[in-house]
Design a protein around this ligand. Structure first.
Ligand SMILES: [Zn+2]
Length: 398
């Protein structure tokens, strides 16, 4: 699955983890264990590692709380939220609709960093109250006397503050960029122009990070960012990710606007050649697949849409059995297929195409096939409206 593995369902929202997330948990555990081992030489490698892992998992729990805050505000503002995904750079909420107003966007964006800063500052205050006075001449001596819980909290507080501050960088699609977009949107009353500027600043910030990262890689030393080739590569990588995400969010926004008010029936293909369920696989190959360039054919029994058949279904049986195998026994039945309704919003249908990574979706109304919503038709329509597509194309046929 492209979106990741589901680990929980909270408030009706799927919590997914990506493979890249496992990598970052390991990297972080390794890093934090090294710090803890340095603070507490007496704990041994295993002790430092166990505590490092606990600290990383608590860190990702705080990231999840940050995302959950975005998601719950989004739901309260009538923007549906399907899932929260944890991946290499933290978390992202899969919000189904654009915010209805600048105020809704401001609230939704601000609540995430507020949660991270809240957790971080509270932990730091707690530490300050609990911690023995640190002797400035020998700070490690004080730290080495701390128990496991306090050691973890000592690390967890500042890192949550860093997450909050990082997310406030005013480059779209970071939270700070969304806050900036909300402000520009409120000031200009023009969402597209606001998105354009917030995303342009996001790209600028991203490329700025890339340049700083390269400078660090080649030996420069900067306040706050530190130095060294590893930090440099990491910073450049984050910058590249931010710049790409800004560009992609801007394009997604333009597509969303172009599709505003358009329904599936306006974009679907109507003259779809269908296959009766009793057709043999060999007839399907000779008279359908070899006669046209379509990816898949709907199977229709009288008026009823019963399934979809594609080349992969034919490959499941050996060629000698083709003449005696009916299409109905190899097709994907209708109840296992995602479909769209003719009056559905084109933008939500396009999101289904992209999320399911399919080339087409049957358009079905009252069990009858009305047409097919095909990726290439939507792409052509968008090309006529806003120019050639980039980066949002699904990759597999259904
Ligand atoms: Zn956030």
């Amino acid at each position: 699955m492209r979106d990741g593995i589901r680990i929980a369902r909270l408030f009706g929202i799927d919590v997914l983890v990506d493979w890249s997330w496992a990598f970052i948990v390991l990297l972080m555990t390794w890093n934090v264990s090294a710090v803890f081992a340095h603070w507490h030489p007496d704990w041994g490698t295993f002790g430092a590692f166990a505590l490092g892992l606990t600290a990383s998992l608590l860190f990702f729990l705080s990231v999840l709380l940050h995302e959950l805050a975005h998601a719950l505000v989004a739901i309260s503002q009538n923007m549906g939220v399907r899932s929260i995904r944890l991946f290499l750079f933290g978390g992202v909420s899969n919000i189904e609709r654009e915010p209805p107003s600048a105020m809704a966007e401001l609230l939704m964006a601000a609540v995430g960093p507020a949660v991270s800063l809240g957790i971080g500052i509270n932990l730091m205050i707690l530490n300050w109250l609990l911690l023995p006075t640190i002797d400035p001449a020998a700070p490690f001596e004080t730290i080495s006397r701390l128990g496991p819980l306090q050691t973890v909290l000592l690390w967890l507080g500042p890192i949550n503050v860093m997450v909050g501050v990082f997310n406030l960088i005013p480059g779209f699609p970071l939270d700070g960029g969304r806050i900036l977009r909300a402000a520009l949107w409120a000031a200009w009353g023009d969402l597209e122009r606001a998105t354009y500027w917030a995303a342009s600043i996001g790209r600028g910030v991203g490329w700025g990070f890339v340049v700083l990262g390269i400078a660090l890689f080649f030996g420069a030393h900067l306040p706050f960012f530190g130095g060294g080739p590893v930090s440099g590569l990491w910073l450049a990588f984050i910058g590249w990710f931010l710049a790409t995400a800004a560009q992609r969010s801007y394009e997604a926004q333009r597509i969303q606007e172009a599709l505003e008010g358009v329904t599936v029936s306006q974009l679907m293909r109507r003259d779809v050649p269908s296959v009766p369920p009793s057709t043999s696989a060999s007839a399907l190959v000779d008279q359908w697949f070899l006669r046209s360039g379509d990816h898949a054919y709907p199977v229709v029994d009288g008026d009823r849409f019963v399934g979809l058949v594609c080349p992969g279904d034919v490959r499941k049986i050996p060629p000698p059995e083709w003449p005696t195998t009916p299409v109905s026994s190899i097709m994907t039945p209708a109840d296992r297929l995602a479909t769209v309704a003719p009056n559905e919003d084109a933008s939500s249908a396009l999101r289904k195409l992209a999320n399911l990574e399919v080339e087409q979706l049957p358009v079905v109304w009252n069990d009858a096939l009305c047409g097919m919503l095909e990726h290439r038709n939507v792409a052509r329509w968008l090309e006529l409206r806003i120019g050639p597509p980039r980066g949002w194309r699904p990759s597999h046929a259904q």
